[in-house]
Every structure is written in C-alpha cells, then in structure tokens.
Ligand binder design. Structure first.
Ligand SMILES: *Cc1c(COP(=O)(O)O)cnc(C)c1O
Ligand code: SF4
Length: 364
C-alpha cells in the first residue's frame, strides 16, 4: 500500500484516462485470452467500453471472476436477453417533461447534463439512454430543463446524474451550478457519480470549487466492492468532505461481485469508517437488458441485509431498495420483522433471530 502523500501526487487525471481503455481497440492491450477478447469486442458493440487506468489497475487478471473486472470488462452474458427485461427499467423517459429531465417526485428532479461517463459499468441501468442518446453537455441542451425547474417552485432538490456529471470539465460544472443556484427555490444540489471510484484523481480542488456556492451539496458515490476503496479514493473523499459536501453511497447488488455477507460487510464498514461515506442505498439489480447473469433473487438480498443489520452499526447499514418499473419509485425490500399481531400485542423478530412479544403502551 502506498502512503497517502504518494496518492496525492497521483498522475494527472488525464493520463489516467489516456492510459485506460477508451475504445474497443484498447482491449487489445489487456491480458485477455483470444476468446475473452472476442467476447468483449462483441459485447462492447452494444454498450460502450471505457475504464480509466486507475480502475483497471485494481483488477487481478489471474482471476477470471474478479469482481472489479466483472464491472468493466464486457462479456457475452450481456448479449443474452431474458424475457421480462426492459430497455428503460425505471421509466426515466415516461416521466420526462423536457429533454434531459425526469420529474417523478414533487420535490426533486433528475437532470442529465451529459450522457457520457468516465467509466462504462457493464450493469448500467441507463445503458440504452447512453447509446441511443449518447450526447455530451451543451448550454443550449439544458435550457428547457432549467426553465421547467424555474417554473416549478415545489422542486427543492436537483440531482445531476447521467451519464456521469463529474466527467465534465470544471468550467462546464461551474456554469451548470451557477444556473441552478440562480433558481431561488432550489435548496440542494445532489450529484450521482462513479468518478470518485473509477477516476479519483479527477476530484481536484478546482472541481470541488466549481460545485461550491449557495446550495447544500450532497455527492452520492457508487462503490460496489471494498477493493474499490484505495488510498486514492480516500484522498478524493477527504477533499469532498473538507469542502463541506455530504457523502453518501449507493451500491448495486450484483451476483459474483458483492452478493456475499463478507464482501458487503467490509464494503459498508470501510465506506463509513475509512472514507466517511454513509451507505445510503443497496439497489436490487433492476431489469436492464442483458443483466440476468448478474441478478440475485430478492430473497437472497433480504437475507444479506438482515445479516448486515446484525453485524454492523446502524450508520453503516444501507437501505435495500427496488426501483419499481413504470415509475413506482424506490421501495424498501428488507424483510419485515413483524411475525404476527393480536391487538396491542405484537410478535417481533429481534436481530438475534429470536421472536419476542411486544405490547404497546400508549397514553389516552
Ligand atoms: C432515484 C430517483 C430520485 C432520488 O430518490 P431518493 O430516494 O431521494 O434518493 C429522484 N427522482 C427519480 C426519478 C429517481 O429515479
Ligand atoms: S457511471 Fe452510472 S450512468 Fe455511467 S455507465 Fe456507470 S452506472 Fe451507467
């Protein structure tokens, strides 16, 4: 392990991008077998391939089932479409009153400044928007969405997502933030990003300054495995915490990546204790096409979060959610501890697994 001072001297983030995989032809530089390379090329034709060097360096190439590799190297499983899968699994488009905007809950909107990312995750639930829309940021493209937000005083929170908003240059981010800040009823700016995980060197003082201003800032990172937590990600998260940003994390439950209690326990513990990032959501794998090979059952997810609850401090526990198709929203899926009820008397399962009687006592 390098010491933190070395990590802060990490190469310029642009080198990290240049030396990573940016095009299908860059797959030739990776230690893949001919069959694996052919599979990766075929799958990359459907969902772009991209990964910065810093992220690729985390892969143990001797392990074909490596959990970091599984997240970024395309594989044939992605080409298998299973009945019931959906192109727009959480109905972003059905709730889009303007281009680049989704408004499903009164007080908050999703704003898509770009449909490009620093890393293309194989499990992406928005991958069909990334390929079919695929465009980057322009000032003009956001006009109708910003006008809509200005017209809707019930919107208090603007969530920049995409694509990856932090894949944009500092000046574009500063411009977007200034335009959101000018809308008086907006209180909080939230950023959903995988940059702190896949390209931590990008979290510079310039980037942080571009986001700072009138609004409360919350950055929701996307760590899926404890091996993604490194000296460089620690530095990136410290930079954001010192800027006063609230840091949360959402993970996706992925078969073969993090569907074991040991992996989830270490991930959630190290997020909170090492990075100061509060585990927020653990998403059940959505119905994106070509992802059946990475999905677990809901019962498996429930057993995992129940075990996690018994092992980890309350602040280290994420909420296990399913984002329902057709815009049903994110609903908690944790198993219910209530086993039965008789009037004021409830039978409730404790963290130790034992069921206890609990009688409600409520004053007049
Ligand atoms: C996920 C999502 C949000 C944010 O939901 P939270 O529960 O507040 O994190 C907002 N709008 C849409 C459309 C979403 O999909
Ligand atoms: S960074 Fe987000 S939007 Fe981009 S590929 Fe990964 S999951 Fe999808």
């Amino acid at each position: 392990m390098t010491d933190l001072k070395d990590a802060t001297r990490s190469p310029d983030w642009q080198d990290d991008v240049r030396q990573g995989v940016r095009h299908v032809r860059d797959l030739d530089r990776l230690p893949l077998s001919p069959a694996e390379r052919a599979a990766a090329q075929a799958a990359a034709a459907h969902h772009k391939v991209r990964a910065p060097k810093a992220y690729l360096d985390l892969i143990d190439w001797n392990d074909p089932a490596d959990p970091i590799r599984a997240q970024v190297i395309p594989s044939l499983g992605e080409l298998v479409e299973t009945e019931g899968e959906l192109g727009d699994p959480i109905a972003d488009h059905a709730f889009s009153p303007e281009p680049r905007l989704t408004h499903r809950h009164a007080d908050r909107v999703l704003l898509f400044p770009t449909y490009q990312c620093a890393v293309y995750c194989r499990f992406c639930f928005r991958k069909e928007s990334l390929t079919s829309i695929g465009r980057g940021y322009t000032r003009e493209a956001l006009e109708p969405a910003l006008a809509y937000i200005a017209d809707h005083p019930e919107i208090r929170e603007v969530i920049l997502t995409g694509g990856d908003p932090l894949s944009l240059p500092d000046n574009a981010l500063a411009e977007i933030v200034a335009r959101i800040e000018a809308i008086p009823h907006v209180r909080l700016l939230r950023i959903h990003t995988r940059v702190p995980v896949a390209l931590p060197s990008r979290i510079s003082s310039g980037l942080v300054e571009a986001l700072q201003g009138r609004l409360m800032v919350t950055v929701v990172t996307h760590f899926n495995h404890a091996r993604e937590i490194t000296d460089a990600t620690e530095v990136a998260c410290r930079t954001m915490r010192q800027a006063g940003f609230v840091l949360l994390n959402q993970s996706v439950l992925l078969k073969g990546v993090n569907d074991s209690i040991e992996v989830l326990e270490e991930l959630c513990r190290e997020l909170m204790y090492r990075l100061g990032v509060k585990p927020y959501y653990l998403h059940h794998g959505d119905l994106a096409r070509g992802m059946a090979h990475r999905r677990t059952t809901i019962a498996q997810g429930q057993a995992l979060v129940e075990a996690l609850r018994a092992r980890l401090s309350g602040i280290c526990n994420p909420v296990y959610v399913l984002d329902l198709p057709e815009g049903g929203g994110k609903v908690p899926l944790g198993s219910c501890p209530i086993e039965g009820r008789d009037g004021e008397s409830w039978r409730i399962r404790g963290l130790d697994g034992a069921v206890r009687d609990y009688t409600e006592v409520v004053g007049e």
